[in-house]
Design a protein around this ligand. Structure first.
Ligand SMILES: Cc1cc2nc3c(=O)[nH]c(=O)nc-3n(C[C@H](O)[C@H](O)[C@H](O)COP(=O)(O)O)c2cc1C
Length: 144
């Protein structure tokens, strides 16, 4: 049995039911991105999402200062596998210099993209570790 669906963003999908369960076949019109999620988008989750149709996946955000200080629990987050490509590594931080140095470290992991988190609204980030970054959103020249 098949059913055509149209979502709010105009995405059309074909949902089909089979003995093996529900599968959805997306149209070619839109790419499907797995959003970066702290403590969620680890390699296993990313590869699962890839297997079930994600076109592009993101790591969780990776703290620039911790990367520069070579903190093992942070550098581990740079682990990516060819099976999940194209994959983006997302970084965030306080100071442009640390962001630059972190980007150079991230490059060595060979992601397909480096994504910069320019102002996560979550209190832990916006209110403490990363206050200057929320400032970036009100000060675009600082972003450069
Ligand atoms: C548990 C959780 C962790 C998240 N971590 C990040 C993150 O590391 N970096 C980021 O840019 N956004 C993060 N987000 C925001 C998501 O990427 C996404 O933008 C947000 O959930 C809105 O998308 P939605 O409307 O599909 O839920 C997180 C969201 C959740 C729920």
């Amino acid at each position: 049995m098949q059913e055509n669906l149209t979502g709010a963003a105009g995405l059309t999908a074909q949902r089909s039911y089979s003995d093996s369960g529900l599968t959805a076949k997306r149209s070619e019109r839109h790419a499907l991105y797995l959003a970066p999620m702290e403590d969620v988008t680890d390699p296993a989750f990313r590869m699962l999402c890839k297997r079930y149709g994600a076109d592009r996946v993101y790591t969780e955000f990776v703290n620039a200062d911790a990367l520069v200080r070579d903190i093992a629990s942070t550098t581990r987050k740079l682990t990516i596998h060819d099976a999940e490509r194209p994959v983006a590594i997302q970084i965030y931080g306080r100071e442009p210099e640390a962001m630059r140095d972190a980007a150079l470290i991230v490059e060595q992991a060979h992601p397909d993209f480096i994504d910069i988190n320019f102002g996560c609204p979550v209190n832990k980030i916006a209110g403490r570790q990363c206050r200057p970054y929320t400032g970036y959103r009100q000060n675009p020249p600082r972003m450069g």
